[in-house]
Design a protein around this ligand. Structure first.
Ligand code: SF4
Ligand code: SF4
Length: 510
């Protein structure tokens, strides 16, 4: 950690000079036998890994038409090449999105196209050797699946999907990544990414009730496992104990209190995050999502609200309906999905993002604020990649950009935007998404944060920005770690509901 320094800010952000091999061999720790086997993957690299990897690739190509299109459609125009924060920060050409895709495309050509089978050298086709496999492991674990590159690709090629497919192939032959697979194991075994057991969770929530009472004089509840509550809140487990995450949890609780909403958390589904998406594995994705359905059915709730977590909202918004029956389009042959469909109240969006919930309450005049309570902050907003490019909010295009900003403006007086090339659909990943939020990847995390840190620094210089709000647990954790390396105070990052919590006036419902 101590020998990792931040790259210098660029005066004019231009295409960086290439440093071939700069990030070679700097991938994450490989998952141990115990970690892999606990979630049903081969413990170690299997003997017949080559044949199994090619067979798995064939299976994915026939299952996901998009993957085959991505393999065939690229014309190497280069429009995406300088759009990845990891390339910008590391200058390693293999971190260019097109080069990352080509790691797989070259193997695809060799085994799945006629020219590649007949004239491999002419079409850039490569055998899947151990060296190529190691390259896959290294560079597909240096992509946060943020989809920024796809915004700039004229064909809409989504490198995130290629990365997910590569990771799925790697897991299928026993060559998975430690961090993500270990976390998935904890969710299956204990219920959340942090491995926080139910009693510890209850203790934490009781402590929070006391803190809020001391602070405000009001009995704001943090209920858990309450049958018959209207709302089930599914939130990232970091909200229960990490800073600044916990301040947003307090904000959600205050909003529920002020709107008179009966709500509950669940000890069974005490995690919004779903790392099954990061490793591209449908079975893991579904198994994790099913915990939420089970909790919702057991507690008999009418609504499911999701807390501040970027990739969790993407999974909830885009996939929960078919995975678990939350939202429209549940499988007709899935009895439990049908039960949940009947149970949930369809006057509301299912699922609802906590920002949608709060903004709706603000629009109904159900909340009052003292905006001056946030006057010490000059605030900007970091769009989290999975919310920005993988989901929506509200009933209008771009709601995922406007609703969090509308909330900030309703609860605070000082808001400014960062460089438009780094916000909304063009936002840069924090540098720690997609299963990269681990200390064994600190170098790429620090370097990948460069474009966001440059934009934040510019906003600080020009407008005095001293608070960057976000609605993602990974962004909060990543920035808390890298901000000091770039010379900022770690408390510059915080949640949108942290600002809500500061300004909300309790006991003054209209
Ligand atoms: S990290 Fe984001 S921008 Fe970079 S290759 Fe992956 S999806 Fe594209
Ligand atoms: S922008 Fe699209 S077509 Fe052009 S090089 Fe990148 S992935 Fe290929």
């Amino acid at each position: 950690m101590s020998d990792i320094t931040a790259p210098a800010y660029r005066v004019i952000p231009i295409i960086p000079a290439l440093k071939p091999g700069a990030m070679e061999g700097k991938g994450p720790f490989v998952a141990s036998e115990k970690i892999n086997e606990a979630i049903g993957f081969p413990g170690n690299l299997v003997d017949d890994w080559h044949d199994k990897a090619i067979a798995k690739m064939g299976e994915l190509l026939s299952k996901y038409r998009s993957l085959k299109v991505y393999m065939d459609a690229c014309v190497h125009c280069g429009a995406c090449s300088d759009k990845c924060h990891y390339f910008i920060g590391t200058q390693d050409p293999k971190n260019m999105p097109v080069a990352r895709q080509d790691l797989m495309r070259s193997v695809y050509r060799r085994y799945f196209t006629l020219p590649g089978k007949l004239f491999p050298k002419l079409v850039g086709a490569r055998d899947l050797t151990r060296e190529v496999l190691d390259e896959w492991y290294n560079y597909f674990n240096q992509c946060s699946e943020c989809r920024r590159c796809s915004v700039f690709c004229p064909y809409g090629i989504d490198t995130a999907e290629v990365t997910m497919a590569a990771r799925e192939i790697l897991d299928s032959i026993g060559y998975g990544q430690k961090y993500s697979n270990e976390i998935i194991g904890k969710v299956h075994k204990i219920g959340n990414n942090l491995g926080l057991p139910g009693p510890a969770l209850i203790d934490t929530l009781e402590g929070l009730e006391e803190d809020v009472k001391e602070d405000t004089g009001i009995d704001v509840k943090f209920p858990i496992d309450v049958k018959g509550a209207e709302v089930l809140l599914i939130t990232p487990s970091a909200d229960f104990f990490a800073e600044p995450h916990i301040d947003s949890l307090i904000g959600y609780a205050k909003v529920f209190h002020a709107t008179g909403t009966s709500w509950t958390l669940s000890s069974m589904a005490s995690e919004a995050g779903n790392f099954g998406m990061f490793i591209g594995n449908y079975e893991q994705l579904r198994k994790i999502a099913l915990r939420i359905r089970e909790a919702a059915l057991e507690l008999g709730v009418k609504r499911i609200v999701v807390g501040e977590c970027g990739h969790a909202w993407r999974v909830a918004y885009s996939f929960w309906n078919t995975l678990s029956g939350v939202g429209d389009g549940a499988s007709e042959v899935d009895r439990f999905a049908q039960m949940l469909q009947k149970q949930l109240d369809h006057r509301y969006k299912q699922p609802t993002h906590i920002c949608e919930f709060t903004w709706d309450a603000i629009e109904r005049n159900a909340l009052t604020f003292d905006k001056a309570k946030n006057d010490k902050h000059i605030i900007t907003f970091h769009d989290s990649c999975n919310v920005a490019r993988g989901s929506r909010m509200g009933d209008f295009a771009g709601g995922q950009f406007e609703i969090p900003r509308n909330i900030i403006k309703a609860v605070a007086n000082n808001f400014v935007e960062m460089d438009p090339n780094t916000t909304r659909e063009r936002t840069f990943c924090c540098g720690g998404g997609g299963g990269l939020l681990t200390d064994d990847l600190l170098e790429i995390r620090v370097k990948g944060a460069l474009p966001r840190m440059e934009a934040l620094n510019q906003a600080k210089e020009e407008h005095g920005v001293n608070f960057m709000a976000t609605i993602c647990a990974i962004c909060k954790a990543q920035f808390t770690k890298v901000l000091p390396i770039y010379g900022f105070d770690r408390r510059v990052v915080g949640g949108v509901h942290q600002l809500v919590s500061n300004a909300i006036i309790l006991g003054d419902k209209k």
